[in-house]
Design a protein around this ligand. Sequence first.
Ligand code: ZN
Length: 158
Amino acid sequence: MVREIIQEGDPVLRKTAEDVPVSEIRGEKIQALIRDMNETLAEEENGVALAAPQVGVPKRIFVVHPKVFDESAEENLVFINPKILKLSRRLLERDEGCLSIRHTYGIVPRYEKVRVEAYDKEGKKFTRGASDLLAHIIQHEIDHLDGTLFTDKVVRYL
Ligand code: ZN
């Protein structure tokens, strides 16, 4: 089911999202939420990722579209309860936008590389390193889980 994408101004985007109990990941409620997030993101031509608070659910889940990590992959990457293990020293500036702040783009400095630990949709723990665009996206999405929007960090609007 495609859900409505919550827009800036709604307090759910400013909440700290809660961890998903690992025992509930495979349950119908979380599985349905992930399916809905995937379907909602699929409707957005310019969308590359989506966090659960953006569909009104303050839980620590985000999904990333294959177009930013592997064009040939068939499924979105799903990160549940992500934790940053390591950040590069170097920052890189990139332009960003957000499905919750339509028609606004700006330059945001973020760490060039990141290593994250999370659970996948089967409830299995994994770690993944990312650089450049994917690293930016992961940091943008984790910010959503902490109630932070890219406009809080923008250094210049485009
Ligand atoms: Zn966003």
